[in-house]
Design a protein around this ligand. Sequence first.
Ligand code: NAD
Ligand code: TYD
Length: 366
Amino acid sequence: MRKLTNVLVTGGAGFIGCNFIHVLLQKTPSFKGRVINLDALTYAGNAASLADVESDFGGSRYFFERADITDRAAVEAIFKKYDIDTVIHFAAESHVDRSILGPEAFIKTNVMGTFTLLDAARNFWADTNADGTKGIRSDVLFHHVSTDEVYGSLGDTGYFTETTPYDPRSPYSASKASSDHLVFAYHHTYGLPVTLSNCSNNYGPYHFPEKLIPLMILNMLEGKSLPVYGDGKNIRDWLFVEDHNTAVWAIVNKGRTGEKYNIGGENEWTNIDLLHRLIDIVAEKAKLDPAKVRSTITYVKDRPGHDRRYAIDCSKLKAELGWKQSVTFEQGLAKTVDWYLNNEKWVEGIKSGDYKNWVEKNYTAR
Ligand code: NAD
Ligand code: TYD
């Protein structure tokens, strides 16, 4: 039986991690434990995303620790301080374009950082088996959050299943694939209780506006051009972030130890079709002229090695754990656009940081 009492969430100040903490502490009454958020607050981490959680649960059921997952001493100290029994590992460098511009940080955080966490967990959870041999406690769990991008790129047909061979093609996906292999290596070699999930593209509140959907929303609101890579026909499967997080929590509770689960939206869109749909929603809600917004679509140079299509078969998760998506794409996009329109302070906070410089240097000239 898993304890699920002192839950270490890494990367909890990022997009998916902060949504996860919101879901767990505000919408999961069956969870009575504590959440310890370990985050280095890189450009993608934002303490403001958890201001409400901090004020409602800070010091009782929510604790923030600013630390780097590659810092072994800091990680060990946190395991000890909070008697961690569960790790849900979101922390990562997560943006493909940044991995193309500078892969090193991806290897450091995604590979070395995951290794450091795994090894600290193995050490902290060490136990002695009934026969006197060395073992690991069975009431603990290390859940690793990964991406469908580890499977590579699909043609016009077919889906990624849990048995699809890994074929990562960007520095980002290669670093995530490497971390996935380490997770299972720690399970098979040392008996570390692990689960792993590979999810498709998320969207929703608190999404850093370097990724497609929030970048396009903010550019529309500012009257900036809408940069579409290549022919705009690359396909992604989109899932509302809360649905990703309910799936992660279901796996952490009931997923079989040593198993991986695909998570997806069953919701494939070409980038250009998605953009047109998004323009309709933003134009209506922000009272913009959709034709005028459409005229700002600009086809730009393609991303090097741009994966053509991702599509997920998540039937294992649905059949075994009874999970399903809770919102349609229409509903999820409407909620997302509303969130960006209603959270100007958060958006301004991002824009006043390094974001503007980075976008201007790397995106505007495309
Ligand atoms: P994000 O970039 O928004 O957030 C990453 C968080 O990790 C930030 O808070 C950052 O400060 C923290 N972090 C980065 N390096 C760190 C380090 N060395 N030590 C401690 N903290 C560090 O990422 P996200 O979109 O929320 O993704 C979370 C996880 O989900 C990642 O593992 C990613 O690979 C995976 N994932 C993302 C998507 C997606 O669509 N965004 C889809 C599938 C899987
Ligand atoms: P992104 O949000 O970066 O996610 P990922 O690369 O992990 O799938 O990109 C989603 C898709 O949108 C991808 O095919 C690249 C494309 N894209 C654009 O066309 N223009 C942009 O400005 C961005 C950021 C992405």
